[in-house]
Design a protein around this ligand. Structure first.
Ligand SMILES: Cc1cc2nc3c(=O)[nH]c(=O)nc-3n(C[C@H](O)[C@H](O)[C@H](O)COP(=O)(O)OP(=O)(O)OC[C@H]3O[C@@H](n4cnc5c(N)ncnc54)[C@H](O)[C@@H]3O)c2cc1C
Length: 500
């Protein structure tokens, strides 16, 4: 591929930045990725404690069997041979614990219906209707099926303008079943009467196909993409924090790093949260109304996580994810009562080797609003004071106490544990208030809560979880949408088909 003269600077090496870097450098653009942290990857970063590696924001992925959608993207992105995977239990990759009862999500539409209808024998046809509609939504979306696109419609309007809860309620009147079907809602931090149907349907469909953990940590995805980008002639620089986008009267001309270094380019892609991106642009080209609209958009909730290292050979490896709800109404978990926290959590073992018998580590994640840690805003990692450490200790203890009720004896298997709060995420990924998945899409205000990959500055684009959607598939597709500004969408789709 001949080197294209155009130089592109990508700010941020999260999945979105890396996917754009891969596609554009593969197509001959001169790509430089600037990452503020010492480690690349954003949410794909891992950290080590007590000899164990912990993931921070990528725990399981879906649709990775041959010809399934992520498998096809990974084939194109050169990730199939470089990122080892462990398939989750096909009979129950997710287990939903709802008010004392457990329910399994099995892989494959038929098996999903068979498994769930054992506990809902009178609702089999409701479950089938729900699955058919989920499938229809996923099938209707061209980018989720790698179909050529002749217009700009990526998702049908009907699925943008209805809420998940209304959608599920229209499939079944059984409220317990409604709550079970919404049971993996922490995957997108859904909000009742707000989150559009397509968010749920695309994600649920993605995991129903197949579900996998990444063996040895999600940073392998970032490292593999960075290695390919360098092979294509691009650069990935760490400890390179961008503090300003520099503009002339009509265009962006460069970025200034906190060190004072200026990096010039023809085009710019920001993988940084739109709110943070706009705060780095002084230009009059960005109008006040746009700036205010984007800055005032609500973000998804953050989380408090306990990273657990187990004693050796102490607890059998669980090949499924465990979603716990103390109450029968899963939608209450977003608006939790601090005094009763945690009334919901997600518990996942990490996979450190192929077919593990015992678990080496796990993560226990509870929703947490940024307001709970706001008083420590502006403090630095490791320097937040004793009160913050006590706060984290108290929260970890509550989460572990709740976990013990579902898994009696589990606390005695723990060798050590570590914690992160919304402040940790806000510091490490610069996502607004540590939000897990960025801007909340709202079915009541679909166009106002949509952020385009285009900005008012003609040579500055955005990518990442706020464009299209979050997660491994949402961000990959968002990256393709951003790169389409340079290459055209159908050329990229064709490349994926041809795997060139
Ligand atoms: C707790 C948690 C669990 C998750 N679990 C899953 C899961 O199991 N499966 C799944 O599919 N998805 C999961 N996700 C979602 C997924 O990780 C994200 O949607 C995705 O990784 C976000 O990628 P991104 O490119 O938008 O940006 P990010 O990962 O947020 O990366 C942005 C990058 O920009 C850098 N940056 C910021 N400011 C600057 C600056 N000024 N200069 C230079 N660089 C800068 C940051 O350091 C960071 O590296 C999870 C997310 C969270 C938070």
């Amino acid at each position: 591929m001949p080197m294209n003269k155009n130089k592109i600077v990508i700010v941020g090496s999260g999945l979105g930045g890396l996917v754009c870097g891969y596609v554009l450098s593969k197509n001959g653009y001169d790509v430089t990725i600037l990452e503020k942290n010492a480690q690349i990857g954003g949410c794909l970063q891992t950290f080590r404690r007590g000899g164990v590696k912990f993931d921070t924001g990528m725990h399981y992925i879906g649709s990775m069997l041959e010809n399934q959608i992520l498998h096809r993207f990974w084939n194109y992105l050169g990730l199939l041979d470089t990122v080892p995977l462990q398939q989750l239990d096909t009979e129950g990759y997710d287990v939903i614990s709802l008010a004392g009862e457990t329910f399994k999500f099995a892989n494959g539409y038929e098996r999903f219906a068979d498994t769930l209808s054992q506990q809902f024998p009178n609702n089999r046809s409701d479950i089938e209707t729900y699955l058919t509609r989920v499938r229809e939504i996923a099938d209707a979306s061209p980018l989720y099926n790698l179909r050529k696109i002749n217009n700009n419609i990526f998702i049908e309007a009907d699925y943008i303008k209805t809420s998940i809860n209304d959608f599920i309620a229209s499939s079944t009147s059984n409220t317990k079943l409604q709550n079970v079907l919404a049971g993996n809602l922490p995957l997108y931090a859904g909000v009742k009467d707000k989150t559009p149907t397509y968010v749920h349907a695309l994600i649920h469909n993605f995991y129903i196909q197949s579900a996998f953990r990444i063996i040895g940590g999600s940073d392998t995805i970032a490292h593999s993409l960075a290695k390919s980008i360098e092979k294509f002639g691009g650069k990935v620089r760490t400890n390179a924090e961008v503090e300003k986008f520099l503009c002339d009267e009509t265009h962006a001309t460069g970025v200034r790093l906190t060190t004072g270094e200026v990096v010039e380019a023809d085009y710019f892609v920001s993988n940084v949260h739109p709110h943070a991106t706009l705060s780095k642009i002084d230009s009059h080209i960005i109008r006040k109304a746009y700036r205010e609209r984007v800055s005032n958009l609500e973000n998804t909730i953050s989380n408090f996580t306990v990273y657990i290292k187990f004693k050796e050979n102490a607890t059998p490896y669980l090949n499924y994810n465990y979603y716990f709800y103390e109450l029968p109404d899963v939608w209450k978990s977003n608006d939790y009562d601090i005094g009763k926290w945690p009334q919901s959590y997600l518990f996942m073992h990490q996979c450190h080797q192929k077919d593990p018998v015992y678990a080496q580590s796990a993560e226990l994640i509870g929703y947490m609003h940024f307001d709970e840690v706001r008083r420590w805003e502006g403090t630095r990692v490791g320097h937040r004071g004793q009160e913050y450490l006590d706060f984290k200790e108290q929260k970890a203890d509550k989460l572990l106490e709740s976990l013990e009720q579902s898994f009696p004896g589990i606390r005695s298997c723990i060798e050590s544990y570590y914690t992160s709060s919304p402040l940790t995420y806000s510091d490490y990924t610069a996502t607004h208030e540590g939000s897990m998945y960025g801007i909340i899409r709202d079915k009541n205000f679909p166009s106002q809560t949509y952020v385009s990959q285009r900005t008012k500055i003609p040579n500055l684009f955005m990518t990442g979880q706020n464009i299209n959607s979050h997660g491994i598939l949402g961000v990959t597709i968002g990256g393709i949408i951003t790169c389409a500004e340079f290459l055209g969408i159908n050329k990229i789709i064709q490349e994926i088909y041809d795997n060139i």
